[in-house]
Design a protein around this ligand. Structure first.
Ligand code: ARG
Length: 461
C-alpha cells in the first residue's frame, strides 16, 4: 500500500504510477532531504512534539540511510514515488514507529520546496568558482597580449584597432556580471520554506526559526502559501545561467571564426579540438560549437519552467514536479561547459602575426585619419568626408592609407604633413586610445587589475 493509501480502495493504474513517479530524477536530492529531515526531527524534539528517544532513533536511522545511499547500497523504488517518500519508507523499515512520527507537522510540499532550494543554493558557489577560474585565465592570457594589435569589428567589418587583451577583458567583465547575478540569486533564495506545511502552516507549536537557522537560512519564509509554491529561485538561477551561456556562446562563435583559415587568429590545443572521419586535414573547434549548441538547451530549460509556472493557482500543484529536470539539466550543462571552455582558452595558441596582418587591411585607421585632420582645425564632418575620399582612392589603387605618398594625401587636403604617418601607424592608433575603458596598455592594465581583485575578493572569502 502507498504511504498515502488510507482512503483508497483500489491500487493506482500502473501507467499512473509511471506518470507520477519522480524518483528517477529527484533521487539527486537525497542529501538535502535527509539533512532537512534531521533539522525537522530535532526541532520536533526541542518543542516536545515528539519524544527525545524518537528523535534519537530518527537521527540514527537517517544517518545510516545517508551512509548507505552514498555507498550505493540503497535501491530507491518507483513504488514510493519520490525521494521524500523513499527516505521515509526506508526509515520506517529500519526503525519502526519512530520513523512514522517524522512526518508530524510537515508535508511533502514542504520537503520538496526545501530540498530543491538547498540543491540550487549548493550549486551556486560551484558555478561561481568555475567562473572565477575562467576570469583568472582570461587575465593571464590578456597580460600577454596587451600590445597585440587586432582589428576590432562592428557588423563583423573591420572597424578600429584594439588589442587582443582588450577583446578578452570584454568577456571577463561579462563573466563578473554573471558572478554577481548568481550571488544576488543566492542572497534572495536564502529563506527557509520548511514549516509551511502543506500550504497553511500547522497547529503544532513548531519553531521555524530553529529549522531555518539549523539549515543555514537567513530567516523562515514569511508566508506559508508562498513557501510551498515559490520557484522564483530556480527561475532566477536559470535566467542567470541563460545569460552566462549566452556569453559563452558569443565567445564560442568568435573562437570558431578565429580558428578558421579565413582568420587564423588562434589555434586550439589538440586536446581541445577534434578531427574528421573523412577529411584528414581537419581540426575542428567542437568544444566551442558544443558550448554554443548547449546554450539553446539552457534557454529551453528556463522557458520550460516559466511555462510550467505561468498558470498555476496557489499553492502547490503537481505540475511543479516538472521543475526539477530542467534545473538539473541547466546546472549540469553550465558545470560541464565552463571548465572545458576555460581549459580551451588556457591552452590556445594566439597568432598575433595574423591579427596584425588583418589589422593592416580594412582601413581601421580611417577614424584616426579624420581625427588627425580635425586636430589640425578641419571640422570633424569635413574631415570624415575627405578621409572617405581617400579610402575610395586607396581601394581603387589597392593601397592602405599609410601607403599613400604625402603628395597623394595633399590632393584632398593641404593640412596633411609628414606627421600624418605617425598618426596612421596602427600601434599608435591603438596606444593613443587611452580614454577610460579603452584599449591602451594603461587601460587594459587597469582592467586586468580590477578583474583580478574581483576574483581575489571572492576566493579569499
Ligand atoms: N515529488 C513531488 C514534487 O517533486 C513532491 C511533492 C508532492 N506533493 C504532493 N502533494 N503530491 O513536486
Amino acid at each position: 500500500m502507498k504511504l498515502w493509501g488510507g482512503r483508497f480502495e483500489k491500487e493506482t493504474d500502473s501507467l499512473v504510477d509511471q506518470l507520477n513517479a519522480s524518483i528517477s530524477f529527484d533521487q539527486r536530492l537525497y542529501r538535502e532531504d535527509i539533512t532537512g529531515s534531521m533539522a525537522h526531527a530535532k526541532m520536533l524534539g526541542a518543542r516536545g512534539i515528539i519524544s527525545q528517544p524518537d528523535v534519537d532513533a530518527i537521527l540514527e536511522g537517517l544517518r545510516s540511510i545517508l551512509e548507505d545511499v552514498e555507498a550505493g547500497k540503497v535501491e530507491f523504488t518507483a513504488e514510493n514515488e519520490d525521494i521524500h517518500m523513499n527516505v521515509e519508507a526506508l526509515l520506517t523499515q529500519r526503525i519502526g514507529d519512530a520513523g512514522k512520527r517524522l512526518h508530524t507537522a510537515r508535508s511533502r510540499n514542504d520537503q520538496v520546496a526545501l530540498d530543491f532550494r538547498m540543491y540550487v543554493r549548493s550549486h551556486i558557489p560551484v558555478i561561481v568558482d568555475q567562473l572565477l577560474h575562467l576570469e583568472s585565465v582570461l587575465c593571464e592570457q590578456a597580460k600577454k597580449y596587451q600590445t597585440a594589435v587586432m582589428p576590432g569589428y562592428t557588423h563583423l567589418q573591420r572597424a578600429q584597432p584594439i588589442s587582443f587583451a582588450q577583446h578578452l577583458m570584454a568577456y571577463a567583465n561579462m563573466f563578473s556580471r554573471d558572478v554577481t547575478r548568481l550571488e544576488d540569486c543566492a542572497k534572495r533564495l536564502n529563506e527557509c520554506p520548511l514549516g509551511s506545511g502543506a500550504l497553511a502552516g500547522t497547529t503544532y507549536p513548531i519553531d521555524r526559526r530553529q529549522t531555518a537557522r539549523a539549515l543555514e537560512f537567513d530567516a523562515p519564509m514569511s508566508n506559508s502559501l508562498d513557501g510551498v509554491s515559490d520557484r522564483d529561485y530556480a527561475l532566477e538561477l536559470m535566467s542567470a545561467l541563460s545569460i552566462l551561456m549566452m556569453h559563452l556562446s558569443r565567445f564560442s562563435e568568435e573562437i570558431v571564426l578565429w580558428c578558421s583559415w579565413e582568420f587564423k587568429f588562434i589555434e586550439l590545443d589538440d586536446a581541445y579540438a577534434t578531427g574528421s572521419s573523412i577529411m584528414p586535414q581537419k581540426k575542428n573547434p567542437d568544444v566551442a560549437e558544443l558550448v554554443r549548441g548547449k546554450t539553446g538547451r539552457v534557454y529551453g530549460d528556463l522557458m520550460s519552467l516559466l511555462t510550467t509556472m505561468k498558470g498555476l493557482p496557489l499553492a502547490y500543484n503537481k505540475d511543479m514536479q516538472e521543475d526539477k529536470e530542467p534545473v538539473f539539466d541547466a546546472i549540469d550543462t553550465a558545470e560541464l561547459c565552463l571548465p572545458v571552455f576555460t581549459a580551451m582558452i588556457d591552452t590556445m595558441t594566439v597568432r598575433t602575426d595574423n591579427m596584425r596582418k588583418a589589422a593592416g587591411r580594412g582601413f581601421i585607421n580611417a577614424t584616426d585619419c579624420a581625427d588627425y585632420l580635425t586636430k589640425k582645425g578641419l571640422p570633424f564632418r569635413d574631415a570624415y568626408t575627405v578621409t572617405g575620399k581617400l579610402v575610395a582612392d586607396c581601394a581603387a589603387k589597392g593601397k592602405t592609407l599609410e601607403e599613400l605618398t604625402i603628395e597623394e594625401l595633399k590632393t584632398v587636403s593641404d593640412l596633411f604633413e609628414e606627421d600624418v604617418y605617425e598618426a596612421l601607424n596602427l600601434e599608435n592608433c591603438m596606444a593613443l586610445r587611452s580614454s577610460y575603458g579603452g584599449p591602451a596598455v594603461s587601460e587594459t592594465t587597469r582592467q586586468i587589475k580590477a578583474i583580478e581583485s574581483f576574483v581575489e575578493e571572492r576566493t579569499r572569502r
